[in-house]
Design a protein around this ligand. Structure first.
Ligand code: PLP
Length: 263
């Protein structure tokens, strides 16, 4: 019997600890019955305590992975995670355009929780110039939004303004994630699509097991777009998915445990 599947691609870094990056993305795709493909941009030596080393894949190897997928497998949606350098961002943007990939979700990953740099400083401009204009959805946390717009984001008005600025940079839909906000009870995300603002509402969960939260959320959005859901449907589902994944976070290792993909 032949089975037709919805396919999604993640262009991101590997997390040996299995909680973030490529590993979280592929697990999330699988959980949502989407066939997952990957382009690995960098290998990280990592566990729940932190990142012990970052080893970028040579550019030639990244381009070869992009080409291999582009010449055979057409993903219904694509997400980018840890891209590490300007050159890798440019290679990803070139592939998206060359192969006509749609439903691009950009998770502008910059630093790990322990402060390890996952995106070089001189790559920020390339992300704004080459990747954001190709994004269907961009999903920054507060710090990432601040770096991209070059301003602090503290008040609700700042958040709305930042969302508009990121939309003006070319992303069709901006999701300002609320996980790093100062609100004790709620962790709401603000969405702006060029004409309206709306919120993805969620309760804040007191837990240390939040490793890979951002990756899992954007992977879920990507899988839902690959299935054919509208961006709003995809975002609402992803918010529920990540809420449960955090509530039932896994006690693996002695540091920040991963979010739970079976919740
Ligand atoms: N490692 C990789 C490969 C990632 O892509 C990410 C986040 O996107 C992280 C680590 C960071 O995870 P955390 O913020 O939980 O440290």
């Amino acid at each position: 019997m032949r089975l037709k599947v919805n396919k999604a691609l993640t262009i991101a870094g590997s997390d040996s600890g299995g909680g973030a990056g490529i590993q979280s993305d592929l697990k999330t795709f699988q959980e949502l019955s989407v066939y997952g493909m990957s382009v690995i941009t960098a290998v990280t030596a990592q566990n729940t305590l932190g990142v012990h080393g970052v080893y970028p894949v040579p550019l030639e190897g990244i381009e070869a992975q992009l080409d291999a997928i582009g010449h055979d497998l057409q993903p219904g949606a694509v997400k980018t995670g840890m891209l590490f350098s300007k050159e890798i961002i440019e290679a990803a943007a070139t592939a998206v355009q060359e192969f006509g990939w749609i439903n691009v979700v950009v998770d502008p990953v910059m630093v790990a929780k322990d402060g390890t740099v996952l995106l070089e400083n001189n790559a920020i401009q390339a992300m704004k110039e080459h990747l954001l204009p190709l994004a269907k959805i961009v999903t920054p946390n507060r710090m990432e939004a601040e770096v991209l717009i070059g301003n602090t984001v503290t008040s609700p008005e700042d958040r709305r303004q930042a969302a508009v600025m990121l939309w003006e940079m070319g992303a069709e839909i901006v999701v300002m994630k609320g996980g790093h906000d100062e609100n004790d009870d709620m962790s709401n995300d603000l969405v702006y699509n060029g004409s309206e603002f709306y919120e993805l509402k969620g309760r804040r969960v007191a837990t240390k097991n939040t490793h890979g939260t951002g990756c899992t959320f954007s992977a879920c959005v990507t899988a839902e777009l690959a299935i054919g859901k509208t961006p709003k449907e995809a975002l609402l589902t992803a918010k529920q998915f990540i809420q449960a994944a955090i509530e039932y976070g896994i006690e693996a290792g002695s540091g920040h445990g991963p979010t739970n993909h079976w919740a």
